[in-house]
Write a protein of this length. Sequence first.
Length: 308
Amino acid sequence: MKQAHDQFEQVQSVMDYIDEHIDEDLTLEKLAAQSNYSPFHFHRVFTQIAGETPASYVKRVRMERAAHLLIYEPDIPVTDIALQCGFTSLSYFTQAFKQMYHVSPKAWREGEYLKKFPLAYEDSKISKQMSRKPQEYPISNPYNQFQWVDLSRVKIIEIPSFSYVWKQHIGNYTEEVYESWEEVFRWVKAREYDGPDGYYFGYPRNNPFITPEGKCRYDCCIRVKESVEGATTFNGGKFAVYEFENPLSYDQRNHIIHCYTEMYSIWLPKSGFRFVGNPVEFVEILPIPNSLHIQAHITGIAIPIEPK
């Protein structure tokens, strides 16, 4: 059991390294050096845990990072995005992008990505337009005005660094996340590791409309006392925070995605800031009375930012 846990920790550490050095040449030897394993053993362990080889994982993460930047950083040239994501040439990047998403990077940026996003809501202006004239509605970016985000609820705050423990969920970001929340919640409570503020947050490592469902990773995190051995450090920093008027359940992920997209596509370009990492989600955990289960709701989203 301990060996399996140690292997998972090693692979997770390398995945974090890949995220932070995606623009570099990430050879098998370089990645193995971030673990305690030889290249041969690392390849075997990584493939077993991740469900794909290190090379396949690196290529997929490069592509997904590029797909994200093409949508949310419209002022960065395609060539620069390719280089930022570790591709050595625009031609290779374009070929690889078409192979994965079946469109060119240019077409993706201009609106083809919307075919992967949830557009239909019963009370949505877009949905009504599409239902009336489905053949005439063009593929173009509908995120040019706020429909889901209330600007009065957007704040810029500083979050301090702190220690936390986490349980990673792999799969969709909806109801299945609750099992991981329950596991880490019970583990922390049984040891009285949690601090007085009961600080819970989710760390979505992927956009579920870009990353295949079976590859999506979501960390369920609980702030713990500084003395807890083996805890992870949250580095803190400046965040753009949007608090929901009412907490949202995990099965309302489509609504949350719309809020993310408006924050990235409309608020961020005009804010004077750029995003510098994955967002976090503030979570409210409430035990269900007369039950061993808990309720988990998302109360807000926070995007790490820095001045442009």
